[in-house]
Design a protein. Sequence first.
Length: 83
Amino acid sequence: MLEILKLLVEVIAFVLIVSAVCGLVAFFRDLKRFKGDLNISLPRAKLIEKIIEQQELERQKKAEEAAAENEEKEVDPDEATVS
């Protein structure tokens, strides 16, 4: 009976050790993947900033063009003569 109990304790200890090793492997694998994601996100952030700046410049250019068109279309009431 005592031998069966010892065997049971040894099996439980072995399972706990294997489980702990697997947990550590998974933890370090996830940590490595997380660090890799951080390295990739820096170029992504720069790319996003460049795209946003480009869109803002395009908006400003369109606004300036629209303002220039409005100035051309506006007619001075003193200059306008009705025939």
